[in-house]
Design a protein around this ligand. Sequence first.
Ligand code: PMP
Length: 350
Amino acid sequence: MSSPALRAPSARSGFDALSVYDDAAQRCAIDLSDNTNLWGMPPSALRALHDFKYDKVTRYPSAYTSELKESLARYTGAEPSMIVTGCGSDDVLDSAIRAFGNPGGALACCDPTFSMIPVLARLNGLTVTLSSFSPDGGLPVESLLASNAEIIYICSPNNPTGRSASREEIETIARSFDGLVIVDHAYAEYAEDSLMYLTGTFRNVLVTRTFSKAFGMAGLRVGYAVGNTSLIAEVEKSRGPYKVGALGSVAAIAALENDTSWIRDVVSETIVNRNKLIRRLESFGYSPLPSDANFVLVPVTDSASIVTRAASDNVGIRGFRNLSGIGDAVRITVGPWSMMEQILEIMGQK
Ligand code: PMP
């Protein structure tokens, strides 16, 4: 018998069914796998990083990012007390689920949706209830409401399908539900509707956003959420202090204060390229889904073989096996047209 000191302790129940995130596609020279901004980061944010006084890092950053919240308040039109930041929006989502979901309770979401959500729910001791989208792609409002969950998660535009939920669908859920409604707006800058009005209208809606996508700073790990002050106070407790590093904060503030027009220009070019990419894929016989974000989901017969073929050309795309209602599919991040030509060449070799 091994001595007690050598025996590995068991992790929390349920952890054995979870695995770590696979970032294989990031090792490709052209990475179209994770919906980041392939034009780079806002110039003012890059300057802020260059000018950063590195001897400052001996000190802790602001515990709850008070200065960043001031800039975010100007950007979103919300009060600073309605904003919580975090180490990417993953961290904000995790904190919100922990704050409002009791272990043993359930989180309801659509299938397919952002793959980290079931993981974050289970890590926090919640079960997950999945509802398929309606045949026309709409939110399964009735089924989400009937799920008896404590938290309903809506991703709009939805990752990986790309479609936005309508105001009416979100409002019906928010009005009819007592628990927390999380609206994940990671792709807000690409969508037509800012959805910020929801946070002033409904006391149970938390809108989460990120600097990882249109803001081009995935490596700095900065995300945030906007909601009613009382919601935010609970999420902030759950999140804990010092989650955003000093570099992430200065870069995010610089971008918000100086470069929102740079971001708007990049978003416009993304949308032009996205629509052109969709048309070109259609001309090859594919049926890509309409998208309100900076990525396109393309149903295919065998996703693994396309992902492997792309990787052998040093292009990373995200493959999905047997998505609910769709089957196999690949998701392509929209970037500068030279990159789109490379993936089109690969997709064209059927
Ligand atoms: N929500 C959605 C819908 C996403 O697609 C992602 C990243 N892929 C995130 C949240 C998390 O992003 P981050 O933690 O970088 O803010």
